[in-house]
Design a protein. Sequence first.
Lengths: 295, 267
Amino acid sequence: MNAKRKDMIATVIIDLIVAIVVGILFFLLAYILIKGLPHVSWSFLTGATDSFDGTGGIGVQLFNSFYLLVLTMLISIPISLGAGIYLAEYAKDNWRTSLIRSAIEVLSSLPSVVVGLFGFLLFVVKFKIGFSVISGAIALTFFNLPLLTRNIEESLSAVPRSQREAGLSLGLSKWKTEVGIILPVALPGIVTGVVLSAGRVFGEAAALIYTAGQSAPVTNFADWNPMDAASPLNPFRPAETLAVHIWKMNTEGLASNAAALSAAASAVLIIAVLLFNLGARVLGSYLYRRVTASK
Amino acid sequence: MLKQYSFDKTAVQTFDAQTSLALKTEDLQVFYGTNHAMHDANLAFPKNQITALIGASGSGKSTYLRSLNRMNDTIATVTGKIWYHGVDINEPNVNIYEIRRHIGMVFQRPNPFAKSIRENITYALRANGVKNKTELTERIEKSLRGAALWDEVKDSLDKSALSLSGGQQQRLCIARSIAMAPDVLLLDEPCSALDPISTVKVEETLLELQKQYTIIIVTHNMQQAARISSQCAFFHLGHVMEYTPTGTMFSNPQIPVTQDYISGSFG
Ligand SMILES: Nc1ncnc2c1ncn2[C@@H]1O[C@H](COP(=O)(O)OP(=O)(O)OP(=O)(O)O)[C@@H](O)[C@H]1O
Ligand SMILES: [Mg+2]
């Protein structure tokens, strides 16, 4: 068999594999959207759930998912930024650094249900915080941190060494070089990673079932004082998210139309996650053009 | 088979007390871990002249050059003295950031920041406290003119520096260095990534700049060394073998190893 023929066969096989992957993705998306979208309506998106049989809308859950996401990111971005910068720029190549790296790897491979149970035991039970937004956010942080840290470290390390030397040779301090020159170049990659991880966090259920809880008490959307018990911003109230809601509907949904409701909620969840992915691309390339001043 | 040359037979010139020196090293040694990459380098650099460092690949030219503004601090151990304005700047307690503002550096590969042309020049200035708008504008123009780049970019200062050609990027890097108003400029093979026309431009720039700056340049290109430098140091396996006026080095090398290197019958 000559090289040209081999090349052709290999190309065909690779194309086929790619087609299968893309096909599966489209099939899944189409299936979920076709089954769910017809049941999505404005009142479904904004309405409250009946706490007895689970019928009604997903307004509170949708809000909870976003609120939890924002809180999680507020906690995990600064920490992983610090950790990422440390690992990429300051950590010496020694046993302590490799210990840190393995710790991060172990943390990232922990099953999310284990993280959830840990959060349940520590925050919900031991610290007596109860099922709450904050317990959920901390549990999500545990499982978000390793990925974000790795993403930030990799984005920083991908910036050529010569950029660092340029900064240092102009008499800039290491920190100034890092923050003013390296970080802007790495920013598009970091933002892409953050938004992608936001998609994962948004769709997470297992870590939240025992931390943020499975109930979505009707909240008063006119009350934005985080200290009030009925306020949607109160971090100490239980907060069932969309993903948890879908899980619950499928395990203990009592309503006759539970299947339709869960399909509709799934469609909304999928659309949100797709939007995060799209957002990651758009924002990443926009930022890249901004920081490099290339039009 | 590499020819063996004695490291004892060297020809290194010194300068009399009348010559004003910008920089001088005394027994400078560099170690990368156990690798002894530079042995007892004793070189003095006269003010407002171009000195070229030549030698085969791996002979320690970059190693030596990077030691001069302490860029080797985190990678190597550097012993010996580096005299600059009567101060040994190889002492641990000198402010290396201050030193690097006085002794600027341009690297082999153009490495402009991923910022606009303007910011490439102003970023480090601002960080060092130059905030006045008019002064920044003046410095931008002056340094870009100094690097012979002004006419090509004066209408597009806000364009990305990455959109410039390699030769323009390298001149921007030179401009960025001289904007800091250093008095010594170190260049490590600044033309090796450039085409002949850009090379000529950079060389003309350097010849112009030596009126204000002391320039030390590493080059692999012997014609380049001959064209622009006043004196030349030849490095071999981590030793400075010969340091003589450029005319002497190329027409009448003093020791066998330099003779062989210049004539191309080396190793
Ligand atoms: N960062 C480093 N770590 C360890 N050893 C190094 C490092 N940089 C250079 N060396 C070693 O030091 C010696 C001199 O290298 P140097 O880069 O100074 O040579 P050079 O004369 O600049 O060569 P070239 O012309 O190829 O740039 C070489 O043996 C090299 O392996
Ligand atoms: Mg070199």
